[in-house]
Design a protein around this ligand. Structure first.
Ligand SMILES: Cc1ncc(COP(=O)(O)O)c(C=O)c1O
Ligand SMILES: Nc1c(O)cccc1C(=O)C[C@H](N)C(=O)O
Length: 450
């Protein structure tokens, strides 16, 4: 995509996204708008430098067959839920067949060494590292995000040392982080201080051990100021722990550049690792020697096969390991990461913003006025890679959208959430999703249920 077309998309969207995202429209104007925006979508797709990546995914487009073929059989099949579960890269099944038949089926126990199973957590951590702006040796893959939140937060309190007895937590966080933070606070004898991300800088002080914040909010898609909040947390002498679930693979993170202390994130959203694929833990190199994991399993022992009774922590990222890695999920993730070869996160970010701008513009043009309100920040610097629309009839609307092949998700009670994955979502998909949304909204009466 050229810079001019991106700027054009952004400018048009800025003009059209006010508080009321849907400000059109009598049925009569829709035809003209549709053809203009449809033409623009085709132009934007033609100029899109990432467009060729879509064929790497099993989205039912034809040659790859795949899971969504039946949903594309109708007029519209658009997958806008990659911020919950990323699509399957088409080459992964063949790689998994090899893992099952050759590595497990034939080599069996030898694969821990010969197939590189034992070192997979650090090796795959190094594959993810450039996507989140980290030098090698600081990420380890394994366990769920929830478990890694626990390791990171308790580890951060221990790193902060005595005299610091408060954990500041993002009050708007995805629930699991809040639940785990509450337990971590009880276990470490600290007090939990929940605040909005924008208030973290004012909430931290001499008693703060650590602050846990989401980079992008899972509901409204707001992008929080990682550099600014991290600097404020550091100025208070505390550690900054970031949850990257909704930003990794969608926008630049800059962990090393901004001096983040610890971070965690899942791999099944924009990294397309598959359902329940293992999460990652980042411990900045400067903290690794003192990182004291609250889950010191044998996999993080300096000499795991020594099988000694006393624990001695491994050095480096391996210190974040716990028990036997979930190899099948891990190797599916490793294979899925191949789609990133040669792809720049900056290009992904540029396309993501152009897609969300264009979606907001199409929604404003097509959806009858007052039926949906955008919760997604208009400012690019505050926007992740999703659009959230509040709509009182959201349950009925999302059910009908999915039935017509436009797959977003519902966050109860009234949020329609659409995730834009630049590796496989295009501008024609985006225009079509807004068009189908407008049709569905017209069918569901205001105040109407499912
Ligand atoms: C911000 C955030 N943190 C954590 C999680 C999930 O944690 P887990 O991978 O343990 O289910 C999610 C989504 O599921 C999320 O959106
Ligand atoms: N992790 C999920 C799962 O195992 C099942 C269904 C949804 C999810 C999610 O990822 C939810 C997601 N974090 C969200 O932003 O809403």
């Amino acid at each position: 995509m050229s810079e001019t077309t991106q700027e054009q998309a952004g400018e048009n969207a800025r003009r059209s996204t006010g508080k009321n995202a849907g400000k059109n429209n009598e049925a009569g104007t829709a035809g003209k708008e549709t053809s203009v925006l449809g033409d623009r979508a085709r132009e934007l797709d033609a100029a899109d430098e990432l467009a060729g990546l879509r064929k790497l995914f099993a989205l039912g487009d034809g040659e790859n067959g795949g899971v969504a073929a039946e949903s594309r059989a109708g007029s519209a099949g658009v997958y806008l839920d990659g911020n919950s579960l990323g699509a399957l890269p088409a080459h992964v099944p063949a790689r998994m067949a090899e893992v099952l038949t050759r590595e497990w089926g034939e080599l069996r126990i030898r694969s821990w060494e010969e197939s590189g199973w034992w070192t997979a957590p650090e090796r795959i951590g190094d594959r993810i590292a450039p996507l989140v702006g980290a030098a090698p040796g600081q990420l380890v893959v394994g366990d769920s995000t929830s478990v890694n939140v626990f390791k990171a937060l308790v580890g951060a309190v221990r790193l902060a040392g005595p005299g610091r007895d408060e954990i500041v937590v993002d009050a708007t966080t995805f629930p699991t982080d809040g639940y785990i933070a509450e337990s971590a606070a009880r276990l470490t004898g600290t007090r939990l201080v929940p605040v909005e991300p924008g208030a973290v800088a004012d909430a931290v002080g001499p008693r703060t051990a650590a602050a846990l914040v989401n980079h992008v909010d899972y509901r409204d898609g707001r992008l929080h100021d990682l550099p600014g909040i991290t600097a404020a947390v550091h100025a208070a002498g505390a550690l900054a722990v970031w949850d990257l679930c909704h930003s990794a693979g969608a926008l630049p993170v800059g962990l090393d550049e901004h001096g983040v202390d610890l971070a965690i994130g899942c791999t099944y959203k924009y990294l397309n690792g598959g359902p329940g694929s293992p999460a990652y833990l980042y411990v900045a190199e400067r903290h690794q020697d003192r990182f004291d994991s609250p889950l010191p399993g044998w996999n993080s022992h300096a000499d795991p096969f020594g099988m000694t009774t006393g624990y001695r922590a491994a050095s480096g990222a391996a210190r974040g390991r716990v028990g036997t890695p979930d190899i099948l999920s891990m190797l599916a993730l490793e294979s899925a990461l191949d789609v990133w070869d040669g792809v720049s996160v900056a290009a992904v970010r540029a396309k993501s913003l152009a897609l969300t701008d264009f979606f907001l513009e199409c929604v404003a043009a097509y959806v009858p006025e007052g039926r949906v309100v955008s919760m997604t920040p208009a400012e690019h610097r505050e926007r992740g890679s999703q659009v959230a629309l509040s709509c009182p009839e959201a349950p009925a609307v999302m059910e009908r959208l999915i039935a017509r092949g436009v797959v977003g998700d519902l966050r109860r009670p009234d949020v329609l959430r659409f995730g834009f994955t630049p590796l496989y979502v295009g501008f024609a998909d985006t225009e079509r999703a807004a068009r189908v949304l407008a049709e569905v909204v017209r069918e569901v009466p205001a105040g109407g249920g499912a």
